[in-house]
Ligand binder design. Structure first.
Ligand SMILES: [Zn+2]
Ligand SMILES: [Zn+2]
Length: 359
C-alpha cells in the first residue's frame, strides 16, 4: 500500500515537473491566440474569406512586414531572404493558420497540428488536409516555411514508461499529420529527465523516439528546439542537442531550431556582439550549421543565464533590438522559417515589420 502511494506521489512529481514548462508555454500561446482572435477587426475578418482571385493575388505578392490592406503600396521583397512569421491559430480549421499568417504579413508561420493539450485527437481527414494544402498554395507559402510545433505534452525522454509510450505514439501521429499536409519540418521540445534519470539516458530515449518515428514515417525532418536549462529539461546545452543528433540514424531527417529567448536564458548573451558570436561559434562547432532548420524569435523577460523560459516582445526584453538586428543581418538565417512566439501586448504584424526594418 505504502509503495503504491509512494509510486503515485512520484508520478505526480514527474508530471508536475514535465508540465511546469508546458503550462507556461500554453499560457503564452493561448493568450496570444485569444488576443489575435479578440482583436481581429471586422475588416480583417473579411479578408480571411477572399472572394476574388485578385484579392488573393494582391496578398500573395505582398511583401512581408507590410499591412495586409489591399491599398498599401507594393515594394520589393525584404532583402536578405529572411522569412519572418509568427505562431498562428488553427481555431476554426488548419487552413485558418494560413489566413492568419497572411493577415500578419508573414512569410513563414508556426502552428499546432491539433489541440496541444490532449494526447488524442481525431484523425486528420483528407478534406481538411487538402483544404490546408490548397490554401497554402493559393497564398504563396512554400511548405518549407511552415513550422508545425509539437504537442507540449510530449516528453520523448521521460523516465515514466506511460508518458514515454504516449509521447512516442504522439510523435509518430504528428509526423504523419505533417506528411499528410505536405510539410517537411516538425519542431518539438526534446524532453526532461524529470530529475529521475541521468541526462545521457534521457538523450538515448529521445534519440530512440526519433528513430522509431522516422521508421514509421517517410520524409519529415524532426527539428529539436534548444531549451533554457530550466529545471530538468534537456537541450539547453548545445552538447545535449549534438548528443541526440549523434544517435539519430537518419541524419538527413534531424535538425535544430534555435529559440533566442531560450539561448539567452541558457547563457548566450545575445544583447552583446560577443554573446552572439559565441552562440554562432557553438552552433557551428558543437552542432553543425547544416542542422539549423528554423529559429524562434523571442526576446527574454529574464536576465542572461537565468534559465527561465519567459518570452518577451521583440526589443522590450533583455536581448533588445540590437540583438535581433544581428540575427536579422546574418546570412546563416536566410531561407529558413523565423517564428515569433511572443506574448500579447504588441501585435505580431508590428513585430514582423519591426524585424524586417532591422535588416
Ligand atoms: Zn520556442
Ligand atoms: Zn519558451
Amino acid at each position: 500500500m505504502t509503495a503504491v502511494i509512494q509510486h503515485g506521489a512520484n508520478l505526480m512529481n514527474d508530471l508536475k515537473d514535465e508540465f511546469t514548462h508546458k503550462l507556461r508555454h500554453n499560457r503564452v500561446n493561448n493568450s496570444r491566440e485569444y488576443f489575435c482572435k479578440g482583436t481581429s477587426s471586422p475588416k480583417k475578418r473579411k479578408l480571411t474569406e477572399p472572394k476574388s482571385p485578385e484579392v488573393k493575388k494582391e496578398r500573395c505578392s505582398s511583401p512581408a512586414g507590410k499591412s495586409t490592406s489591399a491599398l498599401r503600396t507594393p515594394r520589393a521583397p525584404p532583402k536578405g531572404s529572411k522569412f519572418v512569421g509568427a505562431h498562428t491559430s488553427i481555431a476554426g480549421g488548419l487552413y485558418k493558420a494560413v489566413l492568419d499568417a497572411t493577415q500578419l504579413g508573414a512569410k513563414a508561420f508556426g502552428m499546432f497540428l491539433k489541440s496541444q493539450r490532449q494526447w488524442k485527437a481525431k484523425e486528420l481527414d483528407d478534406n481538411t488536409a487538402e483544404l490546408f494544402k490548397k490554401t497554402l498554395k493559393d497564398y504563396g507559402f512554400s511548405p518549407g516555411m511552415v513550422l508545425p510545433h509539437g504537442s507540449y505534452l510530449l516528453n520523448c525522454g521521460s523516465p515514466n514508461e506511460d508518458t514515454l509510450r504516449k509521447s512516442r505514439e504522439t510523435l509518430v501521429d504528428e509526423l504523419r499529420r505533417c506528411e499528410k499536409l505536405g510539410l517537411p519540418l516538425y519542431n518539438f521540445h526534446p524532453g526532461s529527465t524529470c530529475g529521475k534519470i541521468a541526462t545521457q539516458k534521457s538523450v538515448e530515449l529521445i534519440a530512440e523516439s526519433i528513430n522509431e518515428a522516422h521508421r514509421n514515417t517517410k520524409f519529415v525532418i524532426t527539428v529539436i528546439e534548444n531549451m533554457s536549462c530550466q529545471g530538468n529539461t534537456l537541450g539547453g546545452k548545445f552538447e545535449e542537442l549534438r548528443d541526440i543528433i549523434e544517435l539519430v540514424e537518419d541524419k538527413s531527417r534531424v535538425g535544430v531550431c534555435i529559440d533566442t529567448c531560450h539561448a539567452f536564458a541558457a547563457g548566450y548573451d545575445l544583447a552583446l556582439q560577443s554573446g552572439f558570436d559565441k552562440m554562432m561559434d557553438d552552433l557551428k562547432n558543437i552542432i553543425g550549421l547544416k542542422y539549423l532548420k528554423a529559429v524562434h524569435l523571442n526576446d527574454s523577460k529574464g536576465k542572461v543565464g537565468c534559465h527561465l523560459d519567459r518570452h518577451e516582445n521583440i526589443g522590450k526584453g533583455q536581448i533588445g533590438v540590437e540583438g535581433f538586428r544581428r540575427l536579422m543581418r546574418h546570412q546563416v538565417f536566410n531561407n529558413i522559417p523565423m517564428i515569433l512566439e511572443t506574448p500579447p501586448g504588441f501585435s505580431y504584424e508590428k513585430e514582423i515589420q519591426k524585424l524586417y526594418s532591422l535588416i
